[in-house]
Design a binder for this molecule. Structure first.
Ligand code: TMP
Length: 227
């Protein structure tokens, strides 16, 4: 079955890439998008990211990645940027049948603000519902529209031990606020990512990111053949 026929009540396709900093997901996103263009020449591909993806979101990204703030402020700003991203980029693209690929989405908030920083997951679930709850087209005629929480149709989770990710990160210059955090923090981020993946196994495609770039690229190509 094509992923296009799945969730979100829209003709488009929503794909997200996730993983701890240093997992290597960003290396593959552009090549993945190029490969999808070849497979679906009639579908426009939108490549975007969080936090960011809109003019306002990019301003919030700058603040979020470089300024210290209260944990709840951080979570609220992540979801504020996401609300704008959904309203002005993601949902219009999906409605027009485009393929939208986002470098991170809500799983990152659970992993970083929840797992890593320790924000109560109940608060994150509230924000997720607030920002992503939608009313499906009601074709039952009973006046009661079906509600659903908009999620990516497919999420690639690049998973690897936090020590390995740290040694990859240390090669990068000028780390941002998150990249400066220690291995313990990233191990907690990783565990929350894995919990989310277990909770929604049909959506997640787990990738062992400790493998070589070539092997990971083969896995992604294989995944594209199923899209
Ligand atoms: P990036 O470096 O992959 O572009 O992501 C920016 C940083 O923002 C990364 O360290 C993860 C973090 N982040 C959160 O803490 N919460 C979120 O909801 C998102 C989307 C990103």
């Amino acid at each position: 079955m094509s992923l296009f026929t799945q969730s979100n009540n829209a003709p488009g396709l929503f794909i997200s890439f996730e993983g701890i900093d240093g997992a290597g997901k960003s290396t593959h996103i552009q090549a993945f998008a190029d490969e999808l263009v070849k497979k679906y020449p009639k579908h426009e591909i939108v490549l975007t990211r969080e936090p960011g993806g809109t003019a306002l979101g990019e301003k919030l990204r700058e603040i979020l990645l470089h300024h210290p703030m209260h944990l709840e402020t951080e979570a609220l700003l992540m979801f504020a940027a996401r609300r704008e991203h959904l309203a002005t980029v993601i949902e219009p693209a999906l409605a027009e049948g485009k393929i939208l690929i986002s470098d991170r989405f809500t799983d990152a908030s659970f992993a970083y603000q929840g797992g890593g920083r320790g924000l109560d997951l109940a608060k994150l679930y509230e924000l997720e519902v607030w920002v992503q709850m939608r009313l499906a087209n009601n074709d039952s005629g009973d006046g009661a529209g079906k509600r659903y929480v908009l999620q990516p149709d497919l999420t690639f989770l690049f998973d690897l031990p936090s020590e390995t990710a740290e040694s990859r990160r240390s090669a990068a210059r000028d780390p941002d606020k998150f990249e400066q955090l220690n291995t313990d923090f990233f191990e907690k981020v990783r565990l929350e990512y894995l919990r989310r993946a277990q909770d929604d196994a049909a959506r997640f495609h787990l990738i062992d990111a400790s493998q070589s770039k070539e092997v990971i690229w083969k896995i992604l190509q294989e995944a594209i053949s199923n899209i």
